[in-house]
Design a protein around this ligand. Structure first.
Ligand code: ADP
Ligand code: ASP
Ligand code: MG
Length: 507
């Protein structure tokens, strides 16, 4: 009988994922190497890396320009990518052999990308498969560099493409893993390396179908890669290393007073991620839902900060508002008019239409008089959705049963995420505070889970709405404890061990 494999290593197994900024240039990669070197003596480690910051965007731009027939632009992008990766390689890898080996590998990958762009230009069609192959190149370029940088500092490592590890469905651009096969692949490929104290450096963001066709997991999907690999290996912990001090009470770029949430439950973290907290890919917690592996979100550039710990249950006193999120690249569609009450199955037809254009509806609100149905979709799909709705309700519009189907592209969704929000006065406090400061609310939705309250405001009011709500719930008072910035004597390894101990004490 097949026994489920468990972590049989004497040292705890940690998955460490480093995001785009963390591997964005040579000095950042040096910090990554220090963190890994510090953790290696006390842990089995699997590293998952993103593409260097901005690279995936550039690759997608190259692919899009190829489809439009603009070979000058995609050639320029590939030149820029070649120069940037070469510069990092030169700064980090002193061994001539290693350097020329990686340079050769990188050249092969970049040529592959250019060839795919040329094919796309010839066909004037960018297929989902080609887009995945082109946009995955960033991770395939960064993983060998990070692995070589580790080897250069004495940490045995091997770059591995996740196409060997993560088997997915064929939903290009948003693939999901087939966990049973993924588990077998990860155990078979990674366990032997871990047994020899070799650190695998795995490409984030990508996988492959059973037929071996490369897929991507969705933008920002390297977090998801880390939790998939963690679940497949029964890891003890997953650490997401990024460019901020953990999961915060709001996006610090939008709310300067945002503070780190020291501990949070899977459910609340997933809710924050789903409503726009970019620091964690929304599907990350899905992969570990069954096994309950704890996650930490830490800052590569301030590793002494304890960041956020995410566990299935969260902290014991986890009630109240935890954080705020905002999504700004959305549009509000209204299907309305007094006559709408008499239109048969208006809701069913509305959502059948949004499903047909594959528009993910982020928020719905309907007044009890049923005069208006408001839905919020991503800006990218707003126009096709409105066109499809006008087509669906053409007859009703002609007979003025439905008076209007309108689009407002200047809105944003703000969400208050918390736990046990029922009966806690959170709704009243939120709208009271916003009303006092003159922020107009366009639509409201509250999940029956009592975990979130979302509302639509004009995009011009988004920052103000976040600041007012943040102040109302005193979220800037949540600051988590940080370790002293100075590493204790004993070097990075001692420092890292101390950081892990302090983390446990802080729970
Ligand atoms: P990485 O490249 O490391 O994956 P991302 O850019 O994907 O990093 O995510 C980190 C960014 O997420 C931060 O720089 C921050 O601006 C943004 N962010 C949005 N909401 C939050 C939040 N609630 N807490 C922390 N960061 C957030
Ligand atoms: N490089 C990919 C992206 O930019 C995946 C990631 O960074 O997580 O979307
Ligand atoms: Mg990210």
């Amino acid at each position: 009988m097949n026994q489920p494999p468990v972590n049989t290593m004497s040292k705890p197994l940690r998955i460490m994922k480093f995001g785009g900024t963390s591997v964005g240039d040579a000095s950042s990669i040096q910090k990554v190497v220090e963190i890994i070197r510090g953790a290696a003596p006390d842990s089995g480690l699997v590293v998952v890396v993103s593409a260097m910051s901005g690279v995936t965007n550039q690759l997608i731009e190259a692919a899009t320009q190829a489809e439009a027939g603009d070979c000058t632009t995609f050639a320029r992008i590939f030149d820029e990518l070649r120069r940037r990766h070469d510069a990092v390689l030169k700064a980090l890898i002193l061994s001539a052999d290693q350097r020329s080996r990686i340079a050769h590998e990188m050249d092969k990958l970049l040529r592959e990308g250019e060839r795919l762009c040329q094919d796309t230009m010839r066909l004037r069609e960018l297929t989902a498969r080609a887009l995945d192959s082109i946009s995955s190149l960033g991770e395939r370029l960064s993983a060998p560099i990070v692995a070589a940088a580790l080897a250069e500092c004495g940490v045995a490592s091997e770059a591995i493409e996740a196409t060997e590890l993560i088997q997915t469905d064929s939903c290009h651009g948003a693939a999901d893993p087939r966990m049973d096969v993924t588990r077998r692949l990860c155990q078979a490929r990674l366990r032997p390396l871990l047994g020899k104290d070799v650190v695998p450096v795995v490409t984030g963001f990508i996988g492959a179908t059973a037929e071996g066709v490369l897929t991507t997991l969705g933008r920002g999907g390297s977090d998801y890669s880390a939790s998939i690999v963690g679940a497949a290996l029964d890891a003890d912990e997953i650490l997401i290393w990024t460019d901020v001090d953990g999961m915060m009470t709001a996006d610090p770029r939008l709310v300067p007073g945002a503070s780190t949430i020291p501990a949070i439950s899977y459910r609340q973290a997933a809710e924050l991620a789903r409503f726009g907290a970019k620091v964690l890919h929304p599907k990350t917690l899905r992969a570990v839902a069954q096994c309950g592996i704890p996650l930490q979100i830490r800052n590569t550039f301030a590793p002494e900060h304890l960041g956020t710990k995410i566990t299935p249950g969260g902290p014991a006193n986890g009630g109240g508002v935890k954080g705020l999120t905002a999504i700004s690249d959305v549009a509000l569609i209204t299907v309305g008019g007094p006559g709408i009450v008499g239109v048969p199955d208006v809701l069913g037809r509305t959502f059948a239409t949004t499903a047909a254009v594959r528009a993910n509806v982020l928020l719905i609100s309907q007044s009890s008089s049923q005069n208006d149905i408001c839905l919020v979709v991503s800006t990218a799909l707003a126009k096709p959705t409105v066109e499809a709705l006008r087509h669906e309700f053409a007859q009703d519009l002609a007979h003025e049963k439905v008076e209007h189907i309108t689009l407002d592209p200047t809105v944003a969704i703000v969400t208050v995420v918390g736990q046990n929000m029922r009966g806690s006065g959170i709704v009243g406090r939120t709208f009271g505070a916003l009303g006092r400061e003159g922020v107009n609310i366009i639509a409201i939705a509250q999940g029956s889970s009592e975990c979130n309250l979302s509302f639509v405001v004009s995009r011009d009011n988004m920052k103000a709405a976040l600041a007012i709500t943040h102040r109302e719930f005193q979220l800037d008072a949540l600051n988590s404890p940080a370790l002293p910035a100075v590493a204790p004597s004993g070097g990075p390894s001692a420092w890292y061990a101390e950081s892990l101990r302090a983390r446990v004490d802080a729970d």
